[in-house]
Write a new protein. Structure first.
Length: 381
């Protein structure tokens, strides 16, 4: 018997949080019963493309959605569904843009249409219009998303979210199902041998290693992260900042690092496949995002046993261990640097947190079984 095929809808299958999350599920799911195909909205090659093909999935590449003129996209999607009428479940991870594919899926009477919330955006304030250039960009993005999110529930039959805050933001008071951003705990658990190997590999044996994983986009607030790091270097000259990821603002951030005089102490590692091992060599994970949903990177960081300092715009649902603390991005970079040093002084030794992660419901095995059951129960032949 052929497996059922679920159409997963993303922007592009690069190593972002939602993309990494669904790949964790894809690797763990029984693919003799459930297979994933991917509808994406960028033509260029992506980080997970080869692995998807190896796992038996198919990738269908569309042009980007233009929210101001969606008719060409609708036309393309109608043609697609006429040619691929086997799908009875479509699972969209486009957040506020999910209304676009789900609208046409509804038109074609696809019976199970899932809208999945991955972000929670704080309300727009007038003061944000008069702050930094990055905050100004985020404000205008928020305004567009606030308009689009009103349509998502109209076309969905099922509502999923990574956590309570993201679900409430996108769906309001309408009930939704939480699908945890689960991880393979075994490969992330703290391993001092791997820590030593990777610190030697990158010549960081004597360094205090700060880490960050995320795309170079305004949401992630890399500019503020650099200011925090500059303030920390005054207290800890041997500190090194490891930045993992790529994105449109990477060149800008590299230039800003040079301007601040901290470039020599930063390792720009790009997109990596050895995230679990890289996490082992980090001492502190710093994550000052403007907004998030429930970031899988913060689950991974806690699973790796390191200290974590994140912006308080992120839901406190993500706090699984006492190693994670929150701080406002309204605070000065100097106060963030002081907090990092305080956390290290109080909790200098990393530890294995695997059992805590599992007990909190973030292990991939049990979560995948729940998702498989949902899909099988909602398939219509």
């Amino acid at each position: 018997m052929e497996p059922i095929r679920i159409l997963q809808v993303f922007t592009i299958m690069n190593r972002g949080g939602a993309e990494s999350m669904i790949m964790n599920y894809y690797r763990a799911i029984d693919r003799t019963k459930v297979q994933f195909d991917f509808l994406v909205h960028r033509k260029e090659p992506a980080a997970f493309d080869d692995e998807i093909i190896q796992l038996g999935g198919r990738i269908f590449k569309f042009e980007a959605i233009n929210p101001l003129c969606p008719q060409p996209y609708y036309k393309q999607l109608r043609t697609f569904f006429k040619a691929h009428n086997q799908y009875t479940i479509i699972h969209s991870h486009l957040n506020t843009f999910s209304s676009f594919p789900l609208k046409i899926a509804q038109e074609f009477n696809i019976p199970c249409r899932i809208a999945h919330a991955h972000i929670a955006i704080d309300s727009v304030s007038w003061s944000s219009l008069f702050r930094s250039k990055e905050q100004l960009k985020e404000t205008f993005k928020k305004l567009i998303k606030l308009q689009l999110k009103k349509r998502v529930k109209t076309h969905a039959t099922h509502l999923f979210s990574c956590g309570y805050k993201a679900g409430q933001w996108l769906f309001g008071e309408t009930p939704f199902k939480t699908m945890n951003n689960a991880i393979p705990t075994d490969i992330f658990k703290y391993n001092p041998v791997v820590e030593d190997q990777y610190k030697k590999k990158f010549k960081l044996e004597d360094a205090l290693v700060l880490g960050h994983i995320g795309r170079f986009v305004s949401q992630k607030n890399h500019g503020f992260l650099l200011k925090i790091f500059a303030a920390l270097l005054k207290k800890q000259p041997q500190a090194v900042l490891v930045l993992i990821g790529d994105g449109p603002l990477k060149n800008d951030i590299e230039q800003e690092a040079k301007t601040l005089g901290v470039y020599a102490n930063i390792r720009f590692l790009g997109v990596r496949t050895d995230i679990p091992q890289l996490c082992q060599m980090m001492d502190v994970f710093v994550f000052p995002s403007f907004y998030e949903g429930l970031p899988v990177t913060l689950i991974e960081a806690q699973a790796s046993g390191m200290s974590v300092l994140a912006s308080n715009t992120i839901t406190n649902e993500v706090k699984i261990t006492d190693a994670l603390q929150f701080m406002s991005i309204e605070n000065t970079p100097e106060s963030w640097a002081e907090k990092i040093m305080e956390m290290l002084n109080k909790r200098p030794i990393k530890r294995n947190t695997k059992e805590i992660i599992m007990e909190s419901g973030y292990d991939i095995i049990s979560n995948t079984e729940t998702l498989k059951t949902f899909y099988l129960n909602n398939i219509t032949h």
